[in-house]
Design a protein around this ligand. Structure first.
Ligand SMILES: [Zn+2]
Ligand SMILES: [Zn+2]
Length: 460
């Protein structure tokens, strides 16, 4: 009878598979297996015959959003795995090879000098031709005394894309030269949201519409290169599979021991047991049950960004000198003037990116933090969805800063017509970056932990 039970366990395609397999290997040698075969043939249990080789050990994984433990099946190409509890995407199937990604990275690096330093758009203003390029806008900002805001723009439009392409090239060459690839792999996942080439492109459209009042616009030669870099960077971000690269460069043995004690490393997304020093066996970052001081850091970033949003919205964000007259625009009055000049779609985009998104993020973060604090149990699904929405949409708030940087390089004819940055731009940029960090620092597993029962379900 004991042998029959073993056979039954092996046939179960559920979590029991692991225990069934391990118990079989522990007790059964080849002789007993033959007995099982004979017995099963008589009693009609045939499936035990498939045990000619060892069963694949299940791969356990914890969800990085809700900490649920589950067995991850082998994924086919283009398949994705989702958490059975909170429906978060936990893994993508096989994606583009490193060789293909490297060729994209090389193409990006070759096109980048043209895209960043050559004229993207040019205008004819007061009889002279002015070219605007990405670097020129950042340089104008620095020259006019705003180096911090300029470096924010530079990081999102030049720094992050160059690092992305450089990292892929490093992985390709580093593998052959035997270099340490861990720091680059750790960085790649975090870099994704900071590559803002697509937002800069929309910024260009907004700047063109604003400048159209003063001058004729022509498309610059480098715009094609810029578009190509944007498409290549977007394709890279969609098709890069960092987990797959980790598995390729640093394969780990399947975790042994009771599955319930497995821990998730938030840095590299590996589920396993910490080593003797409490570190993740794959990336060597210390594993903690929850992100350290998550609530304190999120509160600090949230309060700081709320305070900064006040001057960002009350002070002028751009100043235009036209024919000796000084005209100031706050974020909101800029939207109103865009709308009144008949550019409703653009006005709506700027309004959503610069007004709606930052304030929504602050309100949602405040709600989430309070719900954790007061151990709220209802509307869990809505709260998790809101967190996902603000994580996805947050980066679009940088749009206004990109528009200003472009306008500064386009409209700068000193005495007659000039466009400069108002004091609000720095506060606005700082508030946007702080809200991005606040969302990053908030450990969503705390929202699930706040449920007293401990087995919260993904429902409202
Ligand atoms: Zn989950
Ligand atoms: Zn790790």
């Amino acid at each position: 009878m004991a042998l029959k039970t073993l056979a039954y366990n092996v046939c179960l395609p559920t979590q029991n598979t692991f225990f069934a397999y391990s118990s079989l290997t522990a007790v059964a040698n080849q002789a007993t297996l033959t007995v099982i075969n004979a017995l099963s043939a008589n009693s009609g249990i045939m499936k035990i015959r498939t045990l000619s080789g060892p069963l694949p050990q299940p791969r356990y994984q914890r969800c990085n959003e809700c900490d649920t433990l589950f067995i991850l099946p082998e994924l086919l190409n283009r398949q994705s795995a989702y958490c059975p509890r909170c429906n978060a995407q936990v893994e993508k199937g096989h994606e583009w090879s490193l060789t293909r990604l490297t060729s994209l990275a090389v193409a990006m690096l070759l096109l980048m000098p043209f895209a960043f330093f050559q004229p993207l758009i040019s205008i004819r203003l007061l009889g002279t031709r002015i070219d605007a390029n990405l670097m020129e806008g950042i340089w104008q900002m620095t020259q006019q005394g705003h180096p911090i805001t300029a470096s924010m723009v530079a990081f999102c439009t030049i720094g992050a894309p160059v690092t992305l392409a450089g990292s892929i090239l490093y992985l390709y060459l580093g593998e052959r030269l035997g270099m340490n690839l861990k720091p680059v792999l750790l960085m790649l996942d975090r870099l994704k949201e900071w590559v803002m080439l697509d937002i800069y492109l929309i910024g260009m459209a907004v700047a063109c519409i604003k400048v159209k009042e003063y001058a004729d616009i022509n498309v610059g030669m480098a715009l094609v290169a810029y578009l190509a870099v944007t498409v290549l960077a977007t394709l890279t971000l969609i098709h890069i599979n960092v987990e797959q690269l980790w598995q390729r460069f640093y394969p780990q043995p399947k975790a042994k021991g009771p599955p319930s004690t497995l821990q998730l490393c938030l840095s590299c997304n590996f589920t396993g047991h910490a080593d003797a020093r409490g570190r993740c066996p794959r990336c060597h970052v210390v594993i903690r049950p929850r992100r350290r001081q998550s609530l304190q850091k999120t509160w600090a970033a949230l309060i700081a960004s709320t305070v900064l949003l006040l001057p960002a919205n009350l002070l002028p964000i751009s100043v235009i000198y036209a024919n000796g007259q000084r005209m100031e625009d706050t974020i909101f009055s800029g939207v109103v003037s865009l709308a009144s000049s008949g550019n409703m779609p653009i006005a709506a985009i700027v309004f959503i990116a610069s007004v709606l998104v930052p304030f929504t993020k602050v309100i949602v973060l405040l709600t989430l933090l309070l719900s954790i604090h007061f151990k709220t149990q209802h509307s869990l699904k809505t709260r998790i969805r809101l967190l996902r929405v603000i994580t996805w949409i947050g980066r679009w708030s940088m749009l206004d800063l990109f528009v200003i940087s472009l306008m500064m390089s386009l409209v700068n004819r000193d005495q007659l017509l000039s466009f400069t940055m108002g004091p609000a731009a720095f506060y606005f940029g700082a508030a946007v970056i702080l809200t991005l960090l606040a969302v990053h620092w908030l450990d969503s597993r705390l929202i699930w932990d706040a449920h007293a029962t401990g087995n919260a379900e993904y429902t409202d």
